[in-house]
Write a protein that binds this ligand. Structure first.
Ligand code: ZN
Length: 159
């Protein structure tokens, strides 16, 4: 499993960004889940209340509905985030294959991408060379694929 690389220590703006990304992703899932849960729960409880005056049945329907809703949301989140993670892994595998087979071409590619971001030729080349020496795959993942070191965790999303 590709977790945080040894080169990327915690703290600093990188760490804060990662935490913010994680927080926002969690918040998004929670809002979606809560919204979905409230609507279907209200519908279920009102429906059962209309069918029977029995409070026990109402309670059971409420609890069962809550659990079913939570499990279905968790499964949905797990699948969605797993798919995203698999896609990222495939892209990273391809990138490391390219780095292994054509290091010069990849260095050129990275240089071009830093130039496109506004660095002049000389500086772009220097940045690309140093980042390649430090963590080639990490640099390509970030600049070329838009992946940061923060990895989505499907179990966290499901929870
Ligand atoms: Zn590349």
């Amino acid at each position: 499993m590709a977790q945080a690389r040894p080169g990327s220590g915690p703290g600093g703006s990188d760490g804060q960004q990662r935490r913010l990304g994680s927080l926002l992703n969690g918040l998004r899932a929670a809002v979606l889940g809560a919204n979905d849960g409230i609507v279907s729960m209200a519908g279920l409880v009102v429906g059962v209340a209309g069918a029977t005056p029995n409070r026990g049945a109402l309670l059971i329907a409420g609890v069962a509905g809550t659990m079913a809703g939570a499990l279905s949301m968790a499964a949905g989140e797990y699948v969605s985030v797993s798919t995203q993670r698999d896609t990222e892994r495939a892209a990273l595998a391809r990138e490391s294959w390219e780095l292994a087979t054509d290091p010069a071409g990849e260095l050129e590619e990275l240089t071009e991408m830093y130039r496109a971001r506004g660095l002049d030729e000389e500086l772009a080349r220097e940045v690309a060379r140093e980042l390649t020496a430090h963590d080639a795959l990490g640099a390509h993942a970030e600049v070329e694929l838009g992946l940061t070191r923060y990895r989505v965790n499907p179990w966290q999303a499901a929870g």
